[in-house]
Design a protein around this ligand. Structure first.
Ligand SMILES: *Cc1c(COP(=O)(O)O)cnc(C)c1O
Length: 376
């Protein structure tokens, strides 16, 4: 079976985790700060706050906004539900702004149209690994005094107009789930340039406590205070040791992802059945996913089933978030809210994409796809 995504663990990753386990620290020790420094430096941000998963990272950003019921945050429908869930956790309302036809990224025109006097923030998602139009989103955010958040779970290592993803919004979140670019098993991080935001994020991941155990141990004080309601979103030291070890391999992995994408692009360039998503000349794409859209009239379910039966682990990213029963019930969403995303969804298919995928396997995926389309 060729899966759609797959992590890669080397012996030096195993050694890094073993060394962390032998260090005497299990949680919130030196490896956490090292990974925060390593990753924030890689993405060009001043501060990183590591947490237990990417969803927790997103939730921390909506805690930072002090959202209240009635407040609105603009999100795209073409994402993993965690993006919108982070708004719903606060009892606030996710407002779905449709995506652009060519690349399925949030459409700045739809964002502008969705703004009301209750709008507090915009969360852009660098879908599949391609950066959103951050300049356009930035100018909308400035004009309306909104916080700009980048859900960059797909886009570690991507560039927008030469600037790394991690520097294009007020806060940027990453995920280190095994299917993402690098893994800590489960893990996430928020990066920001603002020192006060970083400090508050550190307390929010630790119950809202203003000094962590290590600081208290060092100062010999038993005093701690809960300044506001936080969560326990801490990540362990051995996970962060794995993260730093994985990060060293990321540049080579990004390069390989780009090569695989180029091979798929070339195969589908002349096809009338398969459309690859458009890539802006302004970006370096991180290719978390390689997404195609099948032409209208091709039975996506049949192609999906035929490929799975042939051992190709295709997937669909994503069921539009506003189609989920929870969103329909809680926010009255449904068909017609985001017609571009909804129409694209009918034909979407995610092909295998991960650094260990060989050229021969890519060619097999292409052949099996073409055969499945011909028979559908
Ligand atoms: C993976 C993902 C998340 C959530 O990350 P977890 O680490 O699985 O909690 C959030 N947003 C997007 C777009 C993702 O792909």
């Amino acid at each position: 079976m060729i899966p759609y995504g797959k992590h890669h663990i080397d012996e030096d990753d195993v050694q890094a985790v073993a060394a962390a386990l032998r260090s005497g620290w299990l949680t919130t020790g030196p490896a956490v700060g090292e990974f925060e420094a390593d990753l924030s430096q890689f993405v060009g941000a001043n501060h990183g706050v590591a947490v237990c998963n990417g969803t927790a990272a997103l939730h921390c950003t909506t805690m930072m906004l002090d959202l209240e019921p009635g407040d609105e945050v603009i999100v795209p429908p073409m994402t993993f539900a965690a993006t919108a869930n982070a708004v719903a956790y606060r009892g606030a309302t996710p407002v779905f702004a449709d995506v652009r036809r060519e690349d399925l990224l949030i459409d700045p025109i739809a964002v502008e149209a969705a703004i009301t006097d209750r709008t507090r923030a915009i969360i852009g998602v660098d879908y599949a690994g391609q950066p959103c139009d951050w300049d356009a989103l930035q100018s909308i955010a400035r004009a309306h005094d909104l916080t700009l958040i980048d859900d960059a779970a797909h886009a570690l290592g991507a560039l927008y107009k030469g600037r790394p993803i991690g520097t294009c919004a007020d806060m940027t979140t990453f995920s280190f789930h095994p299917v993402k670019h690098i893994t800590t098993g489960e893990g996430g991080m928020i990066v920001t340039d603002d020192p006060a935001s970083a400090e508050r994020l550190r307390t929010l991941r630790n119950h809202g406590i203003t000094a962590d155990f290590r600081t208290r141990a060092e100062t010999g004080s038993w005093i701690y205070e809960i300044d506001e309601l936080g969560e326990n979103y801490r990540i362990t030291d051995f996970q962060c040791a794995l993260g730093s070890s994985q990060l060293r391999k990321l540049p080579a992995w990004l390069e390989r992802r780009g090569e695989i994408a180029a091979r798929y692009d070339a195969a589908f360039a002349e096809s009338s059945d398969v459309r690859s998503l458009a890539v802006s000349p302004d970006v370096v794409h991180a290719y978390h996913l390689y997404v195609i859209e099948l032409a209208q009239g091709i039975d996506r379910s049949a192609v999906f089933a035929a490929m799975r039966a042939s051992g190709i682990g295709v997937n669909v990213h994503y069921v539009p978030v506003h189609f989920h029963p929870f969103y329909r019930r809680a926010f009255g969403t449904g068909e017609g809210l985001c017609p571009v995303a909804e129409r694209a969804y009918e034909g979407l298919l995610t092909l295998p994409m991960y650094p260990d995928l060989s050229d021969a396997e890519v060619d097999t995926v292409i052949e099996v796809l073409q055969g499945a389309i011909a028979r559908s």
